[in-house]
Write a protein that binds this ligand. Structure first.
Ligand code: AQP
Length: 355
């Protein structure tokens, strides 16, 4: 049991159209966690600059992701919804974490390797330091739990490494200032300032794959629109994309083991299970022996039924730009107050003179 007050934090980058992977892997879980936890959900606009500095439509995309949060069912009054850049303390803590984290840790990040590609020397310094900013996003609120897709697992491990190193390097000052919380670290009990945050990566759709290639993650930046279902797609587009999804010629097996080495089949079964809020086993018991010509229309109907209301609610909310901006401003003020309390302590621990 963490000695810290349970708090959920997660973020989504405004880097393009939200897709089914973002929805099933992250946003839908954000909604469910509101019942049991205090939650802070952030549109991480500063992160979106790491890949492309100039976005013609950054502000629109930030509003669109906010609208998706609200349309999916996040309550911005009971919880907090805001955009990251509105609380500049994220950048201040990220700088401190840049000085805690080691370059070797960053160089090992698979997302950096994938996104930087072969021309690493030409990648932005921000892309390399991305996980430090992500650690700052989470630890600025001393969040204990972070719902994410499977692709973020390594970044969450790095967040724990940064928290542990900070706690360790400053343990005496944290204790002397009385700012620590007793935590178990191996055999020892130490006074730590930051929690060792737990990732929440569960369910049948923690890594939704591309509809065109079952070995690649469904992604906003895939050049092929047929590779993903966007949250804003209408019923015709959803049905067409599922109809055209790559599959193999075999019928569906009766057992999950039968999906091994069939990445496209495994992906579509996982998507069905997540949308129907059931297990892959139960989907296969219903569709055992079925051809894709039977399974795909059933999946398309289910996707339209589940995503249609979210898309229309998103459109309704997007039409009221003032409301969206008010949500972000109000959330930013409440997030900023929590962040300032953390940063005052961090500055004292480090020895930076402030108020
Ligand atoms: N394919 C996916 N399956 C399950 N979860 C996913 N997530 C992203 N893709 C999938 C989860 O969605 C949340 C928000 O992701 P993000 O926008 O912050 O960053 P990302 O992982 O870089 O998303 P994309 O769509 O792949 O964007 P690009 O193309 O810009 O790289 C996270 O919790 C993520 O795990």
């Amino acid at each position: 049991m963490s000695p810290f007050k349970p708090l959920v934090f997660s973020g989504v980058q405004p880097t393009g159209n939200l897709h089914l992977g973002n929805y099933l892997g992250a946003i839908r879980k954000f909604v469910a966690l509101q019942e049991s936890h205090d939650c802070i959900y952030c549109v991480v606009d500063l992160h979106s600059l790491t890949a492309t500095l100039v976005h013609d439509d950054l502000a629109d995309q930030t509003r669109q992701i906010t609208a998706a949060f609200l349309a999916a069912g996040i309550n911005p009054k009971a919880h907090i919804v805001f955009n990251q850049s509105r609380v500049p303390l994220h950048a201040e803590l990220a700088w401190i974490f840049n000085c805690v984290a080691r370059i070797g840790w960053m160089n090992r990040m698979t997302q950096f390797k994938d996104k930087a590609g072969k021309d690493r020397e030409n990648a932005s310094l921000g892309l390399l330091a991305y996980p430090s900013l992500m650690a700052a996003d989470i630890l600025l609120y001393r969040a204990t739990h972070v719902p994410v897709g499977d692709d973020q697992k390594q970044h969450l491990e790095l967040t724990r490494d940064i928290a542990a190193k900070f706690n360790n390097d400053f343990s005496k000052r944290i204790r002397d200032l009385g700012l620590g919380v007793e935590m178990e670290m191996g055999e020892e009990t130490v006074d730590g300032f930051f929690p060792l945050t737990e990732p929440l990566i569960e369910g049948p759709a923690t890594r939704v794959m591309s509809l065109r290639d079952g070995t690649k993650k469904m992604s906003k930046s895939d050049p092929s629109d047929l590779s993903r279902i966007n949250l804003t797609d209408d019923a015709d587009a959803i049905s067409k994309k599922i109809r055209k999804a790559k599959t193999d010629p075999e019928p569906l097996p009766g057992e999950v083991e039968g999906l091994a080495l069939r990445p496209e089949a495994e992906n579509l079964v996982g998507i069905y299970a997540a949308l129907a809020e059931t297990s892959r086993e139960s989907v296969l018991s219903e569709f055992a022996g079925a051809q894709f010509s039977t399974f795909k229309p059933a999946l398309a109907d289910l996707a339209v039924e589940k995503l249609g209301p979210v898309a229309s609610e998103m459109r309704r909310i997007m039409a009221d730009r003032r409301y969206v901006d008010t949500v972000l401003k109000d959330g930013g003020e409440r997030a900023g107050a929590i962040a300032e309390t953390t940063m005052k302590s961090v500055r004292r621990i480090i020895g930076l003179i402030g108020d």
